[in-house]
Design a protein around this ligand. Structure first.
Ligand code: BGC
Length: 373
């Protein structure tokens, strides 16, 4: 499932590997966390004793964090026999800092964290490092942060899929030129920059469509909806929009419904949420990027085990991503994203990452048409 970019991201920073020895001695003796699990290794191999802390960013910018990442991380840690604490900062940098402090105090061996912004992300990484706790940046790279590892998807490719997905979808409707717009993710998220890099490049290379508006929707469905309203009143001839995730796409589609133009100005998405997949089936959304978070979660768990055991991680973190602020390559695991259209919605259900009943509620006819169930 994970096709590591061995050739493309060949270098492994040895310093990251050398740091492990010091970590193996760190606290596996603390009491349980709010989401603890402990046991022997799921595959019957040698047991790993250790504790992992996870900080998720929020539950509103995307439902993925609670509906996909949490259960997939729990399952991956349980299978690996690792004790874990998984908490959500609910978009508050203060809470993020408190969770970081608590997890370090509770003696986690490895901290897996999705930052809210570079500053609070780095503050936590600094504290963890001072305490001898290894840090894995989960999904979002903390620019300038200095995490030991990064686990994510190839996020430029995510953006390329969105750009190409919009072009293909418009062409299929015989729309081969016209004005389009971008509604980007939050500027504090390095991923949003990478996604935009991907879709902007594809749209520019294609050359058929003109980008007449380009704004952040702050990873917030309501903000994205308001941004769409402004864009649409300034550019009533819009033919399509790149919207960077399913949540924001939903906010835009709600405004389009209010204006009676849903489906006429198709949008894109990301995260393969039930809402997004339903909008894809209805033709409001061209497609969504499916990022299999069970693969991402397992990669994080595999790395955590290797770190705790003091093993060489080079066969796991086969890639690297450059932190342009620090000028260092962060050893990375990057999974492959997949573009999903109405015809392939079922593949997300088959992968166990979306619930057919939730997607199909109220659109049962479309689900039968597209073989979703
Ligand atoms: C993630 C997306 C998510 C967005 C908002 C990004 O960093 O990669 O999957 O939709 O944050 O939470």
């Amino acid at each position: 499932m994970v096709r590591n970019k061995g050739a493309r991201y060949a270098s492994l920073v040895a310093a990251g590997v050398l740091a492990f020895g010091a970590l193996t001695a760190c606290g596996s003796d603390s009491d349980g966390g709010s989401e603890g699990s402990e046991g022997s290794s799921g595959d019957g191999s040698s047991e790993t004793t250790g504790k992992v802390g996870v900080i998720l960013p929020d539950s509103k910018s995307s439902v993925r964090w609670e509906t996909q990442d949490r259960p997939n991380l729990e399952a991956a840690f349980e299978a690996a026999g690792l004790e874990s604490i998984i908490q959500n900062a609910e978009a508050s940098p203060d809470t993020y800092g408190q969770l970081c402090d608590q997890m370090i105090t509770e003696g986690v061996n490895v901290l897996i964290a999705t930052n809210l912004d570079p500053d609070s992300g780095k503050a936590c990484i600094d504290k963890a490092k001072d305490a001898g706790v290894a840090v894995i940046d989960y999904d979002r790279l903390t620019l300038g942060g200095g995490a030991d590892y990064y686990v994510s998807f190839d996020n430029v490719v995510v953006g390329e899929l969105q750009g190409q997905g919009l072009i293909d979808c418009l062409n299929a409707k015989d729309v081969t030129s016209g004005n389009i717009a971008f509604i980007n993710g939050a500027a504090t998220d390095n991923n949003a920059t990478l996604f935009k890099q991907g879709y902007e490049q594809v749209i520019t290379d294609d050359g058929s469509f003109t980008v007449v508006a380009d704004q952040t929707g702050e990873w917030d469905p309501n903000v994205a909806g308001q941004v769409f309203d402004q864009m649409y009143s300034a550019n009533p001839d819009l033919v399509g929009l790149v919207t960077a995730n399913d949540g924001m796409a939903g906010g835009v589609i709600a405004r389009q419904k209010a204006a009676g133009v849903e489906g006429e100005i198709p949008v894109t998405g990301q995260d393969a949420t039930a809402e997004g997949l339903a909008n894809v089936l209805q033709g409001y959304q061209c497609g969504t990027v499916f990022k299999d978070t069970s693969v991402e979660a397992k990669a994080a768990a595999d790395l955590a085990i290797a770190i705790i055991n003091g093993d060489d991680t080079s066969s796991i973190a086969t890639g690297s991503v450059n932190d342009s602020e620090l000028g260092v390559d962060v050893p990375s695991v990057l999974a492959d994203p997949v573009w999903v259209t109405a015809d392939s919605v079922q593949s997300v259900v088959d992968a166990g990452q979306a619930d057919a009943a939730e997607i199909c509620k109220g659109i049962e006819d479309l689900c039968s048409e597209y073989g979703v169930g």
